[in-house]
Design a protein around this ligand. Sequence first.
Ligand SMILES: Cc1cc2nc3c(=O)[nH]c(=O)nc-3n(C[C@H](O)[C@H](O)[C@H](O)COP(=O)(O)O)c2cc1C
Length: 210
Amino acid sequence: MPHLLHLDSSADLARSRSRAITAAFAEAWRARGPEFTATHRDLHRDPLPHLPDPELHWPDAARRPDANPPAAEDALQREVLAELLAADVLLVGAPLYNYTVPSTLKVWIDQVHVPGITTGEGAQPLAGRPAVVVSSRGGVYDAGTPTESWDHGVPVLRIVLGNALGMDVHVVQTSATLADRVPELAGLRERADAEFAAAVRTAEELAATL
Ligand SMILES: Cc1cc2nc3c(=O)[nH]c(=O)nc-3n(C[C@H](O)[C@H](O)[C@H](O)COP(=O)(O)O)c2cc1C
């Protein structure tokens, strides 16, 4: 049974673009048939704890002899890892917050990037599986402009999911989402609407084919 793990991290429960795009993906995924199942984890509504102990970055066999991480967080991390390992496709709603991913999503990354379990020599169980990153950005970061390299959200997801975990990363992006709110961006409203519509279409196409 093809299984989707759907993550959202936007703090905006009313107008979020990334939530709208991931929802369109999930709907198109489920429309493929009853065997296309999904788990939804909302990292904003139900945030994971920060890693309380650096030993949780390592599997049991690689922990220091005196390691004694808190049992509850250890058990929760195992649950979060199992949830990811059970996914045939990963969908990540990733708004740009202060030029990087929301802290709630960063915590999830810290929980699942574990050498020997999800990454490392001979340990890339997710290799080749698709990861769809839905990036929503208030501003614009076009090639050739001074802010071209200011988006540090998508690059970290490409490195962790793509390089470290070996997943096949697809990025669906919508920009200038603040055009209807910030006067300096008002001239970008049409572009913002067009990019959002295109992102929804791309997400639906990916959900129908991955
Ligand atoms: C805490 C916070 C920080 C933000 N930082 C940035 C930023 O660094 N760059 C940017 O382009 N937009 C920034 N924005 C705007 C969001 O990227 C934009 O509203 C985006 O649409 C959020 O995704 P969402 O629509 O899924 O909620 C920020 C918004 C919030 C709430």
